[in-house]
Design a protein around this ligand. Structure first.
Ligand code: BF8
Length: 653
């Protein structure tokens, strides 16, 4: 007799109560979600350990992960060559995603400068000036468009520069850059680095795992200090640099009596255009005539985080909740552009007659309706989608069940705002942050970022890890789906300082900030790079990023983009822990290089843990080790550190 299929309880799949509720509803409705497939489809054990090479037709060659040096591939490739190649291609793909997104933003910027695109403008002149100054572009007495044209030309090199160093490495602390130069990993343009990465990982090319790892770092750095940073800078220039804003998250932001439109994806232009369409009096009128009390625009994933940070647009949930939101039956339209769009959203949307639209020529879904966003006339696309959503509202035929939960928080902390909030308008700078780290009120800073993954309980590791960190006086900065998990759990409110250790709580209460700062989408990890660069330049905490008492973590990662981000943090000098799974064969030379060897070269290192308490332990141990090396491990008594003392500390290293 066949064994009865075990039904997993929703509370074992996710700690997000709204998603739990929708998993139950989907089961009642007979709708399959990705959680179900994650249960059915066991991951390939050889692939999970990166012990398979399929880059030519002599294979695929499978190694034995439990005895990795027992055999080699048909061509003779060792486990180290194979795993490094696989890792390199993940970094290349992740870097390509971020840099192609950044390039799209740059093209939009060029259209605005040339006057061919008129629906978007240069909104943040201050940021334009700062970006220009950081690239040594003269701004005094010049027209905005002239400055912008020069900024465009410099930033284009981030992609196209065939030799030399990309312009944005000017922002890297001197000693970190010196290490990169010594290691030969200063990036050229991303196109060159990705091309070389793909070439060197093809059959019969680079078969020295250490040499390959250098190209892996260089490619990832072309993402973090290149394509992602360009994306953040240009999005700020065009749409405004975020500053703290009160936000709402979770599925309770959907409204039964309104036309609900969810924008999911990554490029902010679609949502910015959608904001204009949904506010248009003619479409508001059309919605009212259909019986709606309004048009409710809501974001998901990173698109949602871009506009949550800039404009306080409500956010319905992170990656693992995108199908679940459709199960409410309340979504009249969902639009998607690029990245992290599950193919089955189209099918789930179909079960509830939700209008599902792809909008970008680079990311169509077989069978799904496509209405392309043309930046020269963006409202043509967004108006059409709003009209379709109104029509679906009018003809709603499915019972609606919206979870009531709404989380609140304060988000929108850019690295520029961190400077201002800690220093005030007279003393804007990172000195107060560094001082509070030196005097021990703040033990260190942690970036907790990244995805959710159906193979680990949704949001659980994010929330537990962050609670552990703040309890131990670690200030947490966040991007991506992680911050949505924390916002739902109420940890991005200033009141969450009550959960922090005494030192961190005192700083948060004095400044009026949460202990967990949401910095934006995944490309905005570049804001974390800028923040750590500022910390080094401010002084007192060492000379390179690798000296800082900081650590990073992506507890529930799933995307190749996360691997690229992890590698650029590691190559920048940050100890970076990934949770639940790591694409490597254990007990190999490549593993030793990533987890120990890179740090001995002056870079950061990778860490891995399967539960959030162990992740926190690893990160705290690293932060304490760095504090000890800086000679500030005993500085927990409240010493006031002035500039002289800070210089003294730096000189004593
Ligand atoms: O870039 S955190 S699941 S949405 S990959 Fe995707 Fe991961 Fe979310 Fe944004 Ni980032």
């Amino acid at each position: 007799m066949a064994k009865p299929k075990q039904i997993i309880r929703p509370e074992d799949i996710t700690i997000c109560e709204s998603t739990q509720q929708m998993i139950s509803k989907a089961r009642r409705d007979g709708v399959e979600l990705f959680f179900d497939r994650a249960e059915e489809l066991k991951p390939c054990p050889i692939g999970a350990d990166s012990a398979c090479c399929k880059h030519c037709s002599m294979g695929p060659c499978r190694m034995n992960p439990t005895d990795p040096y027992k055999r080699v591939g048909v061509c003779g490739a060792s486990i180290d060559t194979i795993a490094t190649r696989n890792f390199g291609r993940m970094v290349a793909a992740g870097t390509a995603a971020h840099t192609d997104h950044g390039m799209a933003m740059l093209e939009l910027f060029r259209g605005v400068i040339e006057g061919t695109i008129t629906d978007f403008q240069i909104k943040d002149h201050l940021k334009l000036g700062e970006v220009a100054a950081s690239l040594d572009i003269e701004t005094d007495g010049r027209e905005i468009k002239e400055i912008a044209a020069d900024v465009y030309r410099e930033l284009e090199k981030t992609y196209t520069q065939v030799e030399g160093e990309i312009p944005l490495v000017k922002r890297v602390p001197a000693k970190t850059l010196e290490t990169w130069r010594r290691e030969g990993i200063v990036p050229r343009g991303a196109m060159r680095e990705i091309m070389e990465m793909m070439h060197r990982t093809a059959i019969g090319v680079d078969q020295d795992y250490e040499n390959l790892t250098k190209q892996i770092s260089r490619t990832a750095l072309a993402d973090g200090w290149g394509g992602s940073m360009v994306s953040t800078d240009i999005s700020d220039i065009l749409f405004g640099t975020p500053s703290p804003v009160e936000i709402t998250v979770d599925m309770g932001v959907l409204k039964e009596d309104q036309v609900n439109i969810i924008v999911h994806g990554h490029e902010p232009n679609l949502l910015e255009a959608m904001m204009v369409s949904t506010a248009a009096p003619s479409l508001q009128q059309m919605a009212a005539e259909a019986g709606a009390k309004g048009i409710n625009l809501v974001g998901m994933c990173c698109s949602g985080l871009e506009v949550l940070s800039r404009h306080g647009i409500p956010h319905a949930g992170n990656f693992s909740s995108t199908e679940a939101a459709l199960v409410t039956g309340a979504v009249d339209a969902m639009t998607v552009d690029i990245q992290c769009i599950k193919q089955d959203l189209h099918k789930v949307a179909g079960c509830y007659d939700t209008v599902f639209v792809t909008t970008n020529y680079r990311a169509k879904i077989e069978g799904a309706q496509h209405i392309e966003l043309d930046e020269h006339d963006p409202l043509k696309c967004t108006d059409e989608i709003v009209i379709k959503a109104i029509s679906r509202f009018k003809n709603r035929s499915h019972p609606i069940e919206i979870p009531r939960r709404v989380g609140r928080g304060v988000h929108g902390f850019s690295h520029e705002y961190i400077k201002y909030m800690l220093g005030g308008s007279f003393r804007g700078g990172y000195e107060p942050l560094n001082d509070n780290i030196i005097n021990g009120r703040i033990r260190g800073v942690a970036g907790v970022v990244g995805c959710t993954n159906p193979r680990s309980k949704q949001d659980f590791s994010h929330v537990e890890l962050v609670k552990e960190l703040i309890k131990n006086d670690v200030l947490v900065v966040q991007t991506g789906c992680s911050q949505v998990a924390l916002a739902k759990a109420g940890l991005t409110t200033p009141g969450a300082a009550a959960l922090a250790g005494a030192g961190l709580a005192e700083v948060c209460e004095t400044v009026g900030i949460p202990p967990v700062l949401g910095l934006g989408s995944c490309v905005d990890n570049s804001r974390i790079l800028m923040a750590v660069a500022e910390m080094v330049k401010t002084g007192g905490l060492g000379e390179s990023i690798a000296d800082l008492p900081v650590a990073g973590c992506a507890p529930e990662w799933m995307s190749e983009k996360a691997i690229a981000i992890g590698q650029y943090f590691v190559a920048s000098g940050v100890f970076t822990v990934f949770g639940h799974t790591f694409p490597i064969t254990r007990e190999t030379k490549f593993e030793k290089l990533l987890f120990e060897g890179l740090a001995s070269k002056g870079l950061g290192s990778w860490g891995f843990a399967d539960d959030p308490y162990e992740m926190a332990r690893l990160m705290l141990a690293h932060i304490d080790k760095k504090r000890q090396a800086l000679g500030i491990d005993t500085a927990r008594e409240r010493v006031l550190v002035d500039m002289d003392a800070r210089r003294g500390l730096a000189a004593n290293e």
